[in-house]
Design a protein around this ligand. Structure first.
Ligand code: SF4
Length: 507
């Protein structure tokens, strides 16, 4: 697949680099070019992405309190020289123990360091991330460019660290214990050993940005690693994609993908008969070649396993970075909504749900409503292991309801592995997600016309609605959330019915 880069840009001097531009450049030089000259080509941030950025800002501010007595360097992003002057003044003042958002510049690279903390030997450089994994390569690169700038600007950096949230921390209520809430990953060695490589990358980026046209880069896996690139739409505009690309092969590993790409094979239809595929991949290939679904002989028997009445269950949960209630850890999922359809042996459906619509702890009222909705008889049909995890979480945190909640686990019946083992439709396109499976099997059923159409958006919408003083807006979001969750359980009802019919009448 070729990509002809955007052309026709006039020559201009190389602009400054920043942390984010440096990271963009390490992902793809065209992405960096576009960040500097063609921001208009980027897709705009979704509400979900914006919420993730906002979360990062809030955690950064909290992390500053872990280094007390520091001074914040303010100024707008275009007031670089003022911010640098203020930083220099604070660096020279030995009574300042820490500087937040320190502004530093070296050879055309301008960075804001989350925290510079003074120690007996020089400074510790701290990059704060709303994450739990300081070892991520992209975080270390982020620290490395700051380390290069700071040392180049004459600072003695004793340690470069990445401060993240510690999932071992259990919140006990009251103010957070900041020593336990955060943990510091050491990136000093990475930064020191990477100094030359960082310098070379900076020089390369400056040179590339000073050219009179953008680099010609083809799309590939790098468009999604480490971040989804906002220029993907622009880079793929006008391209024709195969109906059944090799990426539709379930869990195709890097080595196999490379083998196919070396033979210029982009479509499943072109894979040689003797090419080594897993049984699942071969099943997908056969279904694509024949244009017909595949169905196992054991499908009908497996579908008879669950006991009547059938309860179809789906949770929506949010994962607040900072634990809002005692007993919770950073990023622990907390269910705020469930939908339960119940179907009796005559095919009659009833529906119940619970949405926690107050900014208070949802765990107990939700768990009690759940136990009432699911009763004590019949199988509980779910799609994936997520519902079991949510029930386990509730059981761990509500000891008096633990036995009743754990008894629900004995009744769970997961439809996802059943479909994965017993059925494949070419329109699944390599995915067994319910969002892919439902429209392929039940025509006209999908989520695309819903205001909220995926779990991440649901979590973000819920968090925003709780903070929204406009009762009308809040009510609308809650209604949208209920509709979305109910659609998930209704989808399972329709899927199971459809599969039973196909088990009898053929795929
Ligand atoms: S979509 Fe891919 S090729 Fe295009 S700018 Fe982004 S990373 Fe580079």
């Amino acid at each position: 697949m070729g990509f002809e880069a955007v052309t026709g840009q006039p020559f201009r001097p190389s602009p400054h680099l920043s942390k984010s531009r440096f990271i963009a450049g390490t992902q793809c030089s065209l992405r960096l070019w576009n960040d500097v000259y063609r921001r208009d080509l980027a897709t705009s941030w979704s509400d979900t992405q914006q919420a993730i950025f906002d979360r990062g800002t809030a955690i950064g501010e909290l992390a500053q309190q872990r280094y007390p007595g520091g001074t914040l360097v303010g100024f707008k992003h275009w007031e670089r020289s003022e911010a640098i002057a203020e930083t220099n003044r604070l660096l020279a003042d030995p009574s300042v123990p820490a500087i937040y958002e320190a502004a530093l510049e070296h050879e055309g690279v301008f960075v804001r360091v989350d925290v510079l903390a003074r120690n007996g030997y020089g400074w510790d450089l701290i990059e704060v991330k709303a994450s739990t994994r300081p070892e991520k390569e992209v975080f270390k690169r982020d620290a490395a460019i700051q380390y290069w700038v700071a040392t180049g600007a004459g600072l003695k950096i004793y340690q470069a660290g990445i401060l993240v949230l510690d999932t071992n921390y259990v919140y006990e209520g009251g103010p957070y214990d900041l020593e336990q809430l955060f943990r510091l990953g050491d990136a000093t060695e990475f930064c020191q050993e990477g100094l030359e490589a960082t310098e070379a990358a900076v020089a390369e980026f400056h040179q590339m940005l000073a050219a009179d046209k953008p680099p010609a880069i083809q799309i590939g896996n790098h468009c999604f690693t480490p971040y989804d690139c906002p220029y993907y739409g622009a880079c793929t505009a006008g391209m024709e994609f195969h109906d059944h690309p090799i990426s539709d092969l379930y869990r195709l590993n890097g080595a196999r993908r490379e083998q196919l790409e070396m033979q210029a094979i982009e479509s499943i239809l072109d894979i040689p008969e003797d090419f080594d595929l897993t049984p699942m991949q071969d099943r997908i290939r056969q279904a694509v070649l024949s244009g017909r679904p595949w169905q196992s002989p054991g499908l009908g028997k497996t579908l008879q396993e669950p006991d009547w009445p059938l309860h179809y269950l789906d949770f929506e949960a949010w994962q607040p970075a900072l634990p809002p209630y005692p007993g919770m850890r950073p990023f622990q999922a907390i269910p705020f909504l469930f939908s339960a359809h119940m179907e009796d042996s005559e095919g009659r459906l009833t529906h119940s749900e619970y949405l926690h619509d107050q900014p208070t702890d949802p765990r107990r009222p939700l768990a009690e409503a759940l136990l009432e909705a699911l009763g004590t008889t019949g199988s509980i049909v779910v799609y994936s292991g997520y519902e079991r995890r949510m029930i386990n979480t509730l059981a761990d945190q509500l000891p008096d309801l633990r036995n009743a909640l754990m008894a629900l686990n004995d009744r769970l019946w997961d439809l996802l592995p059943v479909i994965r083992e017993h059925y494949y439709h070419p329109d699944f396109r390599g995915s067994f997600s319910i969002k892919a499976v439902l429209p392929a099997l039940v025509k006209g059923q999908h989520w695309s016309d819903l205001a909220i159409a995926d779990g991440m958006s649901a979590a973000v919408a819920y968090e925003s609605a709780l903070a929204d003083d406009d009762l009308e807006n809040r009510g609308q979001v809650f209604a949208d959330l209920r509709t979305y969750c109910a659609q998930d359980t209704r989808a399972m009802v329709d899927l199971l019915r459809e599969l039973k019919e196909r088990a009898v009448n053929g795929p």
